[in-house]
Ligand binder design. Structure first.
Ligand SMILES: [Zn+2]
Ligand SMILES: [Zn+2]
Length: 694
């Protein structure tokens, strides 16, 4: 392993220094004496760059330098990645203080590079372990990798760490950072390291050395002050570079995941380049928690999941049901407008159908178990496709009938392991806005364009402006994993590509990720917090038309097999609803709001006018809640505001006399009074146009 580092002695004073070549990203090549560090190279360019650099990436210019080994360094949570010797010929991250001893391409990474943050976080894990050992010297160390969200360290200690301990550890970490101790890489013969760890009772470190290094090697350590950890690095130059961090939580984990082993305490933390970024991170987490659809679902009384009925089965309460109705009405009308036929199909079918479709073979583990009745065995449907196919097959089709587009808001049931369900996002029973298009190969491209248009309309109407598109294709080298001929795949993939380019949509191609029955387009929407949600999908299918022997009579009078497209745009009504709740934090656009207008008569004598206003608004199709309770006006306004009602109308003598209403708009406050007729027209107009404005 150590060719790079054990032969790094600088040349003696009387020998001419051995020179190596350093190639910089701009193509310049510098000649420097062997043993020069990346930090020295940076200083030679500019002291500012040297100060800003966090770590360096090197790629040997000679020999086996073609393989990129970056994955090892990036997959920090993998233990092998943390300890195993790096491939000396591969591209890798090294400490700024590492002596360079061969010709390399060198890149200095600063805070602008994502990989630097992982190095900071892993260094923060060392700082945390330093603090833990200073406060609780009896603790034994496991491992402490960076993760996507921060870092953790596994500790073994009989007594559990308390919340106060975590605070003390965080305070001690600040001291370690203030001491600005250098991270120094040291090497020791493997046998010596093992003997030391064994003598010290460090059972986890012993295991890591035994497992990830080889006999006769030297193993590498990182030391800062008195703290030392078996680790291959790299690290930031000193503890002072861990500028903004927080210890966040503690969880239990068995050593090596085996419950017969000692239980470890996994301590989590996170670190950023600056306090500002750290604060923004926690503000975002708070915002995410506030928007949690399970919390808002309860607060706004939208839906529930009931223990007595079963996990993953959703109950829509009246206020959630009315939103669902608005979503479904929009979807159905839009389907009709776009040339789809609406159908309804059963929730269960005989096992014979699932055998013909192939679900009984390849999808059985995702289905509810069979039910035996007097005449046959039945199963709940996990998908609607076979049902739509039966409608297609029920009468002969000619080329003039195509494309046939069947749409259904179909309830499906899929088995998810207990304990894996999550609110509306992962459930056992859900409603797909499912459609199946049967067409001739020549019609594929137009149909796919139609599906993408439709998907864009869904996103826009429901208030999402950004999305990302992926095209999943097959892997022709892995022929056994895919149904359909080479020609099928080429034609279908080509049609999807042409459809996307006709729409001018940028997309990422993901080879090998297609369903076994055909290529697909997935559309991921981006919500208000920048989170990605996979919802819409357009998938090709060569398999089902063949299994069901679907046909149409062509212009040539011969029988042909149609092509089939599955597509869902909400994906699942339940999941889409969950995403909407979080996207809007429960403050839905007017057309989706369960109560659109709240009415607050100032006193009992204004009730008749309020009732008149209520009738007028209801006649205009608006959903109204009149608060006729004998409560103070402000209490009524507060309750309606808590329910995130878009408009609250307050009515007293002045309003009753002049036929006006005093309008409070959600998020905008008191907007003064307005003629009643004007308000009705405005609100009805916003609902009619599915506006997201108020
Ligand atoms: Zn380390
Ligand atoms: Zn389908």
């Amino acid at each position: 392993m150590s060719a790079t580092f054990s032969s790094n002695a600088p040349a003696g004073p009387d020998a001419a220094p051995v020179l190596i070549e350093i190639q910089l990203p701009d193509g310049t090549v510098k000649q420097v004496p062997t043993g020069t560090t990346a930090f020295q190279v940076a200083e030679g360019i500019s002291p500012r760059l040297a100060a800003a650099s966090v770590v360096a990436r090197v790629r040997p210019l000679r020999g086996a330098g073609l393989r990129t080994g970056g994955a090892d360094a990036e997959d920090a949570p993998s233990e092998a990645g943390m300890y195993a010797a790096e491939d000396a010929g591969a591209e890798r991250l090294v400490d700024l203080s590492a002596p360079l001893t061969e010709d390399v391409a060198l890149q200095l990474l600063t805070e602008k590079d994502a990989e630097s943050l992982k190095v900071v976080r892993h260094s923060a894990a060392h700082v945390m372990a330093t603090a833990v050992l200073e406060l609780f010297p009896e603790t034994k160390l496991g491992h402490g990798p960076a993760t996507d969200a921060g870092f953790f360290y596994d500790f073994y200690r009989e007594a559990p760490f308390s919340a106060d301990d975590l605070k003390a550890i965080e305070a001690k970490m600040a001291e370690v950072v203030a001491r600005d101790e250098k991270f120094v890489r040291e090497r020791e013969p493997r046998a010596d390291a093992l003997a030391r760890f064994r003598a010290n009772g460090d059972f986890m470190k012993t295991h890591f050395v035994e497992r990830f290094t080889h006999e006769g090697e030297e193993v590498s350590f990182y030391r800062n002050g008195a703290f030392e950890d078996f680790c291959r690095g790299p690290h930031v130059p000193s503890t002072g570079r861990v500028k903004a961090f927080k210890v966040t939580s503690l969880a239990g984990a068995y050593w090596l995941g085996d419950e017969k082993n000692p239980q470890l305490q996994r301590m989590y933390g996170t670190a950023f380049f600056s306090q500002k970024e750290l604060d923004a991170h926690f503000a975002r987490l708070e915002e995410i928690a506030k928007r949690d659809h399970r919390v808002l679902g309860k607060q706004l009384d939208l839906f529930s999941i009931q223990e007595l009925a079963g996990a993953g089965l959703v109950f829509f309460h009246p206020k959630g049901a009315i939103i669902r109705k608005a979503m479904e009405d929009w979807m159905k009308e839009e389907c009709i407008r776009r040339g789809y036929d609406l159908v309804y199909t059963p929730h269960v079918a005989k096992i014979n159908l699932w055998q013909t479709s192939g679900h009984e073979g390849f999808y059985a583990q995702n289905m509810f178990t069979p039910m035996e009745l007097d005449d046959a065995i039945y199963r709940m449907k996990p998908m609607n496709c076979p049902f739509h196919i039966l409608i297609y097959k029920n009468s002969p089709k000619s080329y003039r009938d195509l494309p046939v587009r069947y749409a259904e808001l179909g309830n499906v049931y899929r088995y998810e392991r207990s304990g894996t369900m999550h609110g509306l996002l992962r459930v056992r029973g859900f409603t797909q806005d499912d459609a199946h298009i049967f067409c001739m190969p020549s019609q594929i491209e137009d149909e796919v364009v139609g599906c993408i248009d439709f998907a864009e309309a869904v996103l826009k109407t429901f208030g999402f402006s950004e999305f990302q598109v992926e095209l999943s294709t097959w892997d022709p080298k892995d022929r056994a994993s895919w149904a359909g001929s080479d020609e099928n795949w080429a034609a279908a993939t080509g049609a999807l590509e042409r459809a996307l380019s006709r729409k001018g949509i940028a997309y990422k191609t993901i080879p090998g990720e297609a369903a076994f029955y055909g290529p697909k387009i997935d559309i991921k929407l981006v919500d208000v917090l920048g989170r990605l949600w996979q919802l819409s999908t357009v998938q090709f299918d060569f398999n089902l038309p063949a299994r069901f022997e679907l046909e149409y009579v062509g212009e040539d009078g011969e029988r042909h097999q149609p092509v089939m497209v599955h597509r869902a745009l909400f994906g699942s009504v339940e999941r889409f609803f969950g995403v909407l709740i979080e996207h809007y934090a429960g403050a839905f656009p007017l057309w989706l709001s369960p109560v659109q207008v709240g009415l607050v008569p100032i006193s009992e004598r204004h009730l008749p006018y309020a009732e008149k206003v209520q009738r007028l608004l209801q006649d205009a199709g608006l959903r109204v809640e009149l608060d006729a309770r004998n409560e103070k006006m402000n209490a009524k306004i507060r309750d309606l505001t808590m329910q995130k009602v878009p408009y609250v109308l307050v009515m007293g003598d002045k309003e009753a006399e002049a036929e006006t209403v005093s309008v409070r708009t959600r998020g905008k406050g008191d907007g003064g009074s307005m003629p009643l007729s004007e308000f009705v027209a405005k609100a009805a107009g916003l609902v009619r146009t599915n506006s997201t404005e108020l």
